[in-house]
Design a binder for this molecule. Structure first.
Ligand code: PMV
Length: 323
């Protein structure tokens, strides 16, 4: 029985599009911050005598598509471990599932670390990141603590996340809507690639943004990091909105929150907005400014839906399988 904990990460340069659907190789690299809030806790127990995997989400046995994705992922672990034994997977999520708050990232990062240990695989951080990537692309970054860069790579071996050094950053999450999103990121990425006239522009501009972001991290330039973050997110949403049929993740309140970031900057508080595949908006700022940003946002947005976050650890075991 192996238990692991992982938390979501929020990308400053986004991953949006795959060049290999099966291996989950991205069209571009990306860069993110793993947070210290909304942990997923996953326990994997190898059940040698059982007929099939048993997947339990928040105490309830599951047989739907989500359970199927977990079995498919366990098959990869079993292939590496030379095992055919089923497993019981018990997961507790404290982040609303499917709401663009990166529950798949924390979910598959925790599952990768727990399953590798349960099946007796001895994987280093890079190998765990590659494994987590096969469950959900962004999960490879939640294996890493703090800021992480996911190298696009050219094959399974070269596409993984690793730490990137830079200034201490924090985030404030504004939960606009905690419900599940209408179109999955997997499907929306394909539609963007196939129907958005801005798909190739997104790839070219994100490649340039990632290089500029790495330079900004090296310089410790929070202003450049923030400006690139906000612009990269809006470019991703522009490419998505241009799909046919269109997909729009940002709600009117999301747009208003981007205006809030500009309002804070105008009064000298540096905060920049970003949003994933959902209406929630995340503000990035200097780590020491997190409370001030949250308090300033609370003047116009319900305080109970603002979550202050700092850099958190990568996915890790909290209890290991008996040797
Ligand atoms: O890993 P997925 O399939 O959940 O895709 C995540 C995509 C974004 O969250 C929108 C961007 C990112 O880089 O995390």
């Amino acid at each position: 029985m192996s238990t692991a904990v992982a938390t979501p990460n929020i990308a400053l340069v986004k991953y949006w599009g795959k060049r290999d659907e099966d291996l989950i190789l991205p069209l571009t690299g990306s860069l993110s911050l793993t947070l210290d809030v909304f942990p997923t806790t996953t326990t994997v127990t190898v059940t040698a005598g059982a007929d099939a995997d048993d997947v339990v989400f928040d105490g309830a046995s599951s047989t739907g598509a989500a359970a199927g994705r977990i079995t498919k992922f366990l098959d990869l672990v079993r292939a590496q471990a030379g095992s055919t034994a089923p497993a019981r997977v018990q997961t507790r999520n404290s982040v609303p599932t499917g709401a663009g708050l990166a529950s798949s990232a924390s979910g598959f990062a925790a599952l990768a670390v727990a399953a590798a240990d349960a099946y007796g695989l001895d994987l280093d951080e890079q190998a765990l990141s590659r494994l987590a990537r096969r469950g959900s692309g962004s999960a490879c970054r939640s294996v890493i603590g703090g800021a992480a860069i996911w190298h696009a790579g050219t094959d399974d071996a070269s596409s993984f996340a690793e730490p990137v050094h830079g200034p201490a950053l924090g985030m404030v999450i504004a939960v606009v809507d905690a419900g599940a999103k209408a179109v999955s990121s997997r499907e929306a990425m394909i539609r963007t690639r196939d129907t958005s006239p801005y798909a190739s522009a997104w790839v070219a501009s994100t490649t340039a943004d990632l290089a500029a972001m790495r330079d900004a991290f090296t310089r410790g330039d929070v202003t450049a990091i923030g400006e690139l973050t906000e612009s990269n997110a809006l470019r991703m949403h522009a490419a998505i909105m241009a799909c046919r049929p269109p997909i729009r993740y940002l709600a009117p309140q999301s747009i208003a929150l981007f205006d809030e970031a500009a309002r804070l900057r105008a009064v000298g508080l540096e905060a920049y907005a970003t949003a994933d595949a959902g209406p929630n908006v995340v503000f990035v700022c200097r780590d020491g400014d997190v409370d001030a940003v949250r308090d300033a946002l609370a003047e116009r947005f319900e305080a109970g839906r603002l979550v202050a976050a700092h850099a958190g650890p990568g996915a890790h075991l909290i209890s290991e399988a008996a040797a």
